[in-house]
Design a protein around this ligand. Structure first.
Ligand SMILES: Nc1nc(=O)c2c([nH]1)NC[C@@H]1CN(c3ccc(C(=O)N[C@@H](CCC(=O)O)C(=O)O)cc3)C=[N+]21
Ligand SMILES: [Mg+2]
Length: 288
């Protein structure tokens, strides 16, 4: 059996088109243009590409974007000053601080400084807390993109065993907590596996839904996948200039029931969800 491919690129394109109509309606009702401010610190070439893609998506959705670029020697206090200015700027609705940040800067301190109503990444503890309690203000972009793809592929999560490999604050941990919520695309029985997990293959083979969010190529091999499972590959690893996920795609394709490719799977959905969050942020900050 060959798995069904879950097409994130096409799904994101549909979502973006729908978003453009919602943005146009919001603008005509309020006179306000949703505005995402992207903060890029240092000269990581991959980060520059991602930020450019996010700006292009803003433009195609009819939203404003601005780029705030700081050098690799920027101090934490300089960055905090910029964030304070963006927090105070009423024309800015969303603030995205592109990660990773240079070594001299503490990421948690910086991310905590983004005012929660503009936190379109959903990294602020207030927004994480609201999500965990089942009353989300924003959903974290990558997990929300995964959940959308899972639901749209027709996979019924309720009562199923989901295994999330990876416990990062950005993907693994929030993904697991979203899958365990009540409601559509959730109600799963969730296991979080990580670098200290014993018998990983044995656990992952029990997964009806397997989410790989490790950041290392070929972490999920065919022997770790239950036949017919739904496999979501969050990895974005560069190998010899090529983008590959965390899953041994060619081998797992023959075992799984459905699988996301890399590229063209979760990545484009992450950006689509960031755009959704930017419109949500503009709504939250606009009187109606
Ligand atoms: N504050 C912050 N928020 C983030 O959401 C964030 C971040 N920092 N730092 C980096 C990671 C990574 N990330 C990706 C988004 C889209 C693609 C994406 O669109 N990938 C395309 C291919 C792009 C390519 O070819 O390089 C795809 O998978 O098809 C990938 C990776 C968001 N991140
Ligand atoms: Mg750092």
């Amino acid at each position: 059996m060959t798995a069904k491919l879950i097409d994130g690129k096409a799904t994101a394109a549909r979502l973006n088109a729908l978003l453009a109509t919602k943005v146009a309606e919001f603008k005509s009702q309020t006179g306000v243009s949703p505005h995402l401010a992207a903060v890029l610190v240092g000269d990581d070439p991959a980060s520059a590409v991602y930020v450019r893609n996010k700006q292009r998506s803003c433009a195609s959705a009819g939203m404003l974007s601005s780029l705030h670029q700081l050098g690799s020697a920027t101090t934490q206090s300089e960055l905090l000053d910029l964030i304070a200015a963006l927090n105070a700027d009423a024309s800015v609705h969303g603030i995205l601080v592109q990660l990773p940040l240079p070594k001299q800067i503490d990421e948690t301190t910086v991310l905590d400084a983004v005012t929660p109503l503009k936190d379109v990444d959903c990294f602020h503890p207030e927004n994480v807390g609201l999500m965990v309690q089942g009353r989300p203000r924003f959903l974290p972009c990558t997990p929300a993109g995964c959940q959308y793809l899972i639901t749209e592929s027709g996979f019924e999560t309720a009562g199923k065993h989901a295994v999330v490999i990876g416990r990062s604050e950005i993907v693994g941990k929030p993904m697991a907590l979203m899958l365990v919520q009540k409601g559509r695309g959730a109600d799963a029985t969730v296991t979080i596996a990580h670098s200290r997990t014993k018998n990983l293959a044995e656990i992952s083979r029990q997964a009806d839904l397997l989410i790989a969010a490790v950041g290392r190529p070929n972490t999920v091999t065919a022997d770790m996948v239950k036949p017919g499972a739904c496999v979501i590959d969050v990895g974005t690893n560069r190998v010899d200039g090529k983008l590959v996920g965390d899953v041994d795609f060619a081998a797992v394709l023959e075992i799984a029931g459905a699988i996301t490719p890399v590229p063209g799977g979760v990545g484009p959905m992450t950006i689509a969800m960031l755009m959704e969050n930017t419109l949500t942020a503009a709504r939250l900050q606009t009187e109606s």
